[in-house]
Design a protein around this ligand. Structure first.
Ligand code: BYC
Ligand code: FE
Ligand code: FE
Length: 476
């Protein structure tokens, strides 16, 4: 295990031995901090927050918990340990030793992948920057900030790769990562979901459930990369990512639990009457964030994905454990695609496996999401309610890929534009739904031990602390 140094930029990559790189990153650091101050969490920057910080790249005992002011968080560069004699595990280059440097012919593609990954990290912090002012409890406020500082660290992970391996182009891209802005039409973030507003906590929990989970799958695919420094960076990021999805799944789970209680308490079964979120509205938020997140896998049929795979740049999640044929030259992936000329009709098509790599990755993601939904449904079942959450069809509300030009119901039935328009507000949050959800969160709940009425308390606190612990200290 490589120890993490206690320098200006904490790292386990021997940064002090490469003075030129160290200087370049130390020049980027104040720009990052300036970005954090202006685009990171609004308010709360001088508060003591009970945060975990990475202190070793070992999966056991890698984190240390203490009160930290967010701007003092030790953002650094942590790579998982090098696997000795690691070989590329898939594609045309399968079996060849992994690369410790960027092969010339893959320079642009790798840079593009790293920039796209890196861009999502600060984007999510920007999307969530106002949420502190409407938090349901100190416990949740702390979790929000934990996620935010770690997304900031994920940005560092990608910026290190850009500076270390991509010369001047890489340094320019690293600046660009601080210049684009989520939702800004003139300089938007790269991927769709990262330009959508997250201005209530239900959206935040759905985002960490569904969109951070895309992060998990993309990171798993990049963790297979033949470019070893990328594989090692993403492997360490995955240890942090697990917490983000925990925040999402349990966050939504706690809303489901509370909504179920209130649904039963109200004589007409309407949780809204008692100041909760009704179950149909939860389903609409699920539909929205799940479909936005499905888009993040790219098109079902993708020659980009095929060439990433062939070149050994991006594999499948758990390539080694889940698959036996790591070349994927022969296989086909049966798909239903809209018929050319008659797009309301779906027809079967066999797609060459390599061209279907985005869909293969999406398959694992969909299964993983379903497990979470099943857990929420157990809560409804235990409450004796007949309502059940469902993941909509992959065709529903898509803006990327082969279904982007059509309209489909949540069950996947093709629709005309008129049919869609008539039903849209039954399937996705309407302006009124959003206003209602926001109205529940008009004031932050920051008294120690208090919890907003629309969400159940968590089963346990953070780091063995009680649920009513002072996770964020009051202003000094
Ligand atoms: N929005 O063949 P296609 C995370 C573009 S989340 C806008 O369909 P391809 C996190 C695509 O770039 C994980 N554009 O797709 C979560 C391409 O553009 P160019 C982020 C999109 O290339 C929460 C064109 O459409 N990591 O970490 O196979 C909080 C046609 O491409 C979208 C990564 O994404 C979209 N949704 O792959 C914080 C990993 N989808 O090249 C963090 C790196 C596609 O024609 N990225 N396009 O201009 C990749 O591996 C791939 O770029 C993609 C798409 C998976 C995104
Ligand atoms: Fe991240
Ligand atoms: Fe994350």
């Amino acid at each position: 295990m490589t120890a993490i140094s206690n320098e200006k930029i904490p790292n386990n990559v021997n940064l002090s031995e490469d003075k030129k790189l160290q200087r370049a990153l130390e020049q980027w650091q104040p720009n990052f901090l300036e970005w954090w101050q202006s685009m990171g969490p609004e308010g709360f920057q001088q508060r003591d927050v009970y945060l975990r910080t990475a202190i070793s790249s070992n999966v056991d005992g890698w984190a240390h918990y203490d009160y930290v002011k967010m701007p003092d968080y030790r953002w650094g560069i942590f790579l998982a340990d090098q696997v000795p004699d690691r070989k590329i595990g898939f594609g045309d280059v399968m079996g060849e030793p992994v690369w410790q440097d960027v092969p010339g012919e893959h320079r642009n593609t790798l840079r593009r992948l790293i920039v796209t990954q890196g861009d999502t990290e600060p984007a999510s912090v920007e999307q969530q920057r106002m949420l502190g002012h409407s938090c349901p409890s100190l416990y949740d406020l702390r979790n929000l900030f934990q996620v935010n500082v770690e997304e900031g660290r994920h940005l560092w992970a990608m910026v290190y790769l850009l500076h270390r391996f991509f010369g001047r182009d890489g340094r320019e891209e690293a600046e660009g990562l601080l210049e684009r802005r989520s939702g800004n039409p003139d300089k938007p973030r790269i991927l769709g979901a990262f330009n959508e507003p997250i201005d209530d906590w239900l959206s935040f929990f759905m985002f960490t459930m569904f969109t951070d989970r895309d992060g998990k799958y993309q990171l798993l695919a990049l963790a297979e990369s033949g470019f070893d420094p990328l594989a090692r960076s993403t492997r360490f990021m995955l240890t942090e990512e697990a917490h983000h999805m925990f925040v999402g799944e349990t966050g939504v789970g706690r809303v489901v639990q509370r909504s179920a209680e209130l649904t039963k308490q109200d004589s007409n079964g309407d949780a809204r009457k008692l100041g909760g979120v009704d179950l149909p509205t939860l389903q609409k938020y699920l539909n929205l964030w799940y479909s936005l997140s499905l888009d993040l896998f790219g098109s079902e049929i993708s020659t980009n994905a095929a060439s990433f795979f062939a070149a050994g740049l991006k594999g499948r999640a758990n390539e080694d454990k889940r698959y036996t044929d790591h070349k994927a030259i022969e296989g086909v992936y049966p798909m239903e695609v809209p018929k050319t000329g008659a797009p309301m009709t779906l027809e079967k098509q066999e797609v060459a496996l390599r061209n279907a790599m985005n869909e293969v990755l999406r398959d694992g993601y969909v299964e993983d999401c379903q497990r979470g939904v099943d857990r929420w449904n157990k809560t409804l079942e235990a409450a004796g309610l007949s309502f059940r959450f469902v993941l909509p069809s992959r065709r529903f509300h898509r803006a990327q890929g082969i279904f982007a030009n059509g309209r489909y119901a949540p069950d996947g039935t093709p629709l005309t534009q008129e049919q869609w328009d008539a039903k849209r507000d039954e399937w996705l949050p309407s302006a009124a739904d959003k206003a209602y959800v926001k109205s529940l969160q008009a004031k932050p709940i920051t008294a120690q031990g208090e919890m907003a009425n629309w969400i159940a308390p968590p089963a346990k606190g953070v780091d063995s602390k009680p649920v009513d612990f002072q996770y964020v200290r009051a202003e000094a």
